[in-house]
Design a protein around this ligand. Structure first.
Ligand SMILES: *Cc1c(COP(=O)(O)O)cnc(C)c1O
Length: 470
């Protein structure tokens, strides 16, 4: 059989499945409707003993996952920080699987290597980071942290005469990692993976605005002068979207000889919007930055980006040579900058997203998301029994639902917030998740999807109103 006939009807049918899914999104429940038991029952067949018709397999898969998919590709998904997929990125992602390139090095997949070179340059320009910084396209911000902090670990120990790549960590000077206490959980895990352990962390309470300020940082750094130090800052707190005051804290950290890393999983993208760029002022002075493509750039999972100002430290921490590999002298071999070996050519989706949106299109997505987040929070806060705990200055806001009974306590409001959020999700109209912020349960309003439009905001506020009036 010629290969075309093996693929052709199947892929045509798959396009139909994909288009039907996307077309149904506005009517479909945003939250999943299938239960764990249902999904296990449908999908949990015995291991198939013999081959089956692929078209039938895909048809069955589509049927079995129905109700078990959440509408994160659509316009009313506001849980966690999750973006959709712009059309060009989705198409390029399909082709990525079709082309099946191993994007480990130039010799294996030349176009994938060059596309990543270009993505790196474009991203540095869009995010207004130093054009000379090195980069890596990784699976997400979690691995971007690992990549950046591996470079940081290399550099701060090298400054103490210790070669961590050669000597490992046993007997090495202890590294301390100084950060605000609102840091994202992926930071801690990156440090665990890098052998630094939780004990390396020195958490500084953030101020009322959620920022790590220089006055709080200075004495902590001064308490242990000369210790290899990494300072972790935030561009976009997960609850409030707040940015640390970079122009004040970065010089203080550098004065103490620290490496400064920025967690900007979504917040780094504020730099791409002229309206929101001011929050990122001074951020380019840091030493490394981690962000995601699968959040605000709206490319499919999995896609994150690591950037490192000290190219040599980045290269030392990742470079890999083997005598059976064909290392390139002129091109960029991803294996020298990435923690993975064989890897997906995820640059194609990023390339297509940026090429199709352009600088203006990306700025518009960022600005629209911020506008929608603000609109949802402020409209909801006008409803009886609804309080805005944080009005978005970018795309993250917090709402709290108050228990109307006389003498209600914070615990009652916590419970009410959980209940109302669950009712909104159950309505299928929109999806939110809860968080604890300053000891209070809140509903997070996070707008990251390119598809969200004014009518989605209206529909969402109506759903909040209905759920909050019960
Ligand atoms: C989402 C997020 C991360 C983790 O990113 P992944 O892509 O899920 O690995 C880290 N930090 C912040 C602030 C985030 O919002």
């Amino acid at each position: 059989m010629n290969p075309d006939s093996r693929y052709s009807p199947l892929l045509q049918q798959t396009v139909d499945h994909a288009l039907a899914y996307l077309a149904a999104l506005p009517q479909a429940s945003v939250g999943a409707t299938a239960t764990l038991e249902q999904l296990r029952e449908r999908l949990g067949r015995p291991l198939p003993p013999e081959p089956r018709d692929p078209a039938e397999v895909i048809r069955q898969l589509v049927g079995d996952v129905a109700g078990g998919l959440t509408g994160s590709a659509g316009g009313r998904f506001f849980g966690w920080v999750i973006g959709g997929t712009v059309p060009a990125a989705l198409a390029a992602d399909w082709l990525t699987s079709t082309w099946d390139q191993n994007a480990g090095m130039f010799a294996v997949a030349p176009a994938a290597a060059v596309v990543e070179e270009v993505c790196g340059r474009w991203l540095l320009e869009l995010l207004r980071l130093p054009p000379t910084a090195s980069f890596a396209l990784v699976t997400g911000c979690q691995m971007a942290h690992v990549t950046c902090l591996a470079a940081a670990r290399n550099a701060v120990l090298a400054a103490h005469g210790w070669d961590v790549e050669q000597q490992g960590l046993c007997g090495a000077p202890r590294i301390r990692v100084v950060t605000g206490d609102q840091r994202h959980g992926t930071i801690e895990r990156a440090l665990r993976l890098l052998g630094l352990g939780r004990d390396c962390l020195v958490d500084i309470p953030v101020d009322r605005t959620g920022q790590l300020n220089a006055r709080a940082l200075e004495p902590v750094l001064a308490a242990q002068p000369g210790v290899p130090t990494i300072v972790l800052l935030q561009a976009g707190d997960l609850n409030t979207g707040s940015f640390d005051p970079f122009p004040e804290v970065i010089p203080v950290a550098h004065q103490a000889g620290a490496w400064v890393h920025v967690d900007g999983a979504f917040g780094l993208w504020a730099a791409a919007s002229p309206e929101h760029r001011r929050f990122t002022t001074g951020m380019e002075q840091a030493d490394s930055w981690a962000t995601d493509g699968h959040k605000w750039l709206n490319v499919p999972y999995d896609c994150g980006y690591a950037f490192v100002a000290d190219r040599a430290a980045h290269h030392r921490s990742m470079a890999h040579h083997a005598n059976y590999l064909t290392h390139s002298v002129l091109a960029r071999d991803q294996v020298d900058w990435n923690p993975e070996y064989s890897r997906r050519a995820r640059g194609f989706a990023t390339y297509a997203a940026i090429a199709s949106l352009g600088r203006e299109g990306i700025a518009r997505i960022v600005a629209d998301c911020c506008r929608h987040a603000h609109a949802i929070v402020t409209a909801a806060a006008r409803l009886p029994g609804v309080e805005a705990c944080h009005v978005p200055h970018i795309n993250q806001g917090l709402l709290r639902f108050l228990d109307p009974k006389l003498g209600a306590t914070e615990a009652d409001h916590d419970r009410r917030t959980e209940e109302v959020t669950a009712r909104i999700v159950a309505s299928g109209e929109a999806l939110f998740a809860c968080t604890t912020w300053r000891g209070l349960r809140c509903m997070r309003v996070s707008v990251c999807g390119w598809l969200t439009q004014d009518h989605d905001v209206t529909r969402t506020v109506q759903a909040i109103k209905t759920a909050a009036s019960l």
